[in-house]
Design a binder for this molecule. Structure first.
Ligand SMILES: Nc1ncnc2c1ncn2[C@@H]1O[C@H](COP(=O)(O)OP(=O)(O)O)[C@@H](O)[C@H]1O
Ligand SMILES: N[C@@H](CCOP(=O)(O)O)C(=O)O
Length: 316
């Protein structure tokens, strides 16, 4: 489910008159995704993605995201390019929501991967970090250590013992991370994707063909982005850490942008932070999403296991 807002054909046809995208041939809602409403549009000029931004998105932040995607696409990263209308604007309003059309990327996300897909993700991420350095505007990561604390304070177990145990564990992991998290000046920073999960990376056959979903992107430690990917890509279905996948991802990354000794040293801590970040957003949604909502809640315990794993390692 990710069509929260209904879209009337007449309104869409009228909307498209602001663009040079030809005539609408068909459109359909896209089931995948959880944050916003997405539609696949086919016009006489090709296929495009229309996103209507839902309530969780602060419209004032949209220019930062669209500017970042535009910058990366111009620099050769295979990511969606926001399409501008005849007035030069990419961001407008449709069905009462902020709306944007972006280019369609070929390919599919992988359900099974291996060392070579992990290496490809590492390379692409390092290139993204390199060219991202040319994008000057900053966006604070709302899901940083302070943001984690705020999320956790707003989670209640409601008397459920398994949630109670998870919340207690998260509190003690957070307290540890608050003490050990690197200061801003310690590691190289810049714009990062911050949600480069397998569902956001497309492959055509075995070649990486694109990366989507930049709406958690922000300015943070570059190596933290890698730590997010090590969490998201390098565990089996049964939560076994696949060190050969992780080593391939790091190798791919370092083929383009070698990590500094400090980034290497902090990687295990950054991995713990990344695990806690996804544990907490999932926990928050678990607690706050009504049980009859159409959205499938993601499992926070998967990230409890990853966090426990990384907490036991002093290397990655
Ligand atoms: N530029 C794009 N090209 C091709 N497919 C896309 C593109 N953007 C989104 N999609 C499709 O829409 C789905 C949901 O997009 P996503 O950005 O993950 O949504 P959300 O932010 O709501 O989670 C993706 O899984 C993919 O199938
Ligand atoms: N990757 C996050 C959830 C964000 O969902 P997305 O569909 O916007 O990528 C998680 O797995 O918790």
């Amino acid at each position: 489910m990710a069509v929260y807002t209904e879209l009337q054909e007449d309104a869409l046809r009228h909307f498209l008159t602001s663009y040079d995208l030809g005539t609408l041939q068909s459109y359909e809602g896209i089931a995948e995704g959880i944050e916003n409403s997405n539609f696949r549009l086919t016009t006489t000029k090709g296929v495009f993605i229309l996103t209507l931004f839902e309530k969780r998105m602060n419209p004032e932040e949209l220019p930062w995201f669209l500017g970042f995607m535009g910058h990366l696409a111009q620099e050769g990263i295979a990511c969606p390019l926001p399409v501008v209308g005849r007035d030069g604007e990419a961001l407008r309003t449709l069905a009462g929501r902020p709306a944007v059309i972006v280019t369609f990327l070929q390919g599919k996300s992988l359900t099974e991967y291996d060392t070579s897909s992990c290496e490809a993700v590492g390379r692409m991420m390092a290139r993204l970090h390199q060219v991202g350095q040319g994008y000057a505007p900053m966006r604070r990561n709302a899901l940083d250590v302070l943001g984690w604390k705020d999320l956790l304070e707003r989670c209640r177990s409601g008397g459920d013992p398994s949630l109670e145990a998870l919340i207690t564990e998260a509190q003690s992991r957070l307290a540890w991370l608050e003490e050990h998290w690197p200061d801003e000046q310690t590691l190289p920073r810049g714009p990062i994707h911050a949600d480069m999960f397998p569902d956001n990376v497309f492959f055509n056959q075995s070649a990486l063909s694109g990366v989507i979903d930049f709406y958690f992107a922000c300015t943070d430690f570059l190596a933290y982005d890698l730590a997010i990917c090590l969490n998201a890509w390098c565990f089996d279905q049964d939560m076994t850490y696949r060190s050969e996948w992780a080593q391939s991802m790091i190798k791919g990354y370092e083929a383009i942008r070698p990590l500094s000794p400090q980034e290497r040293a902090f990687l295990p801590i950054l991995c713990q932070g990344a695990a806690l970040r996804f544990l907490l957003t999932r926990l928050y949604d678990w607690v706050h999403t009504p049980k009859d909502a159409l959205v499938t809640r993601k499992d926070p315990w998967e990230y409890q296991k990853r966090l426990a794993f990384f907490a036991e390692q002093d290397y990655v």
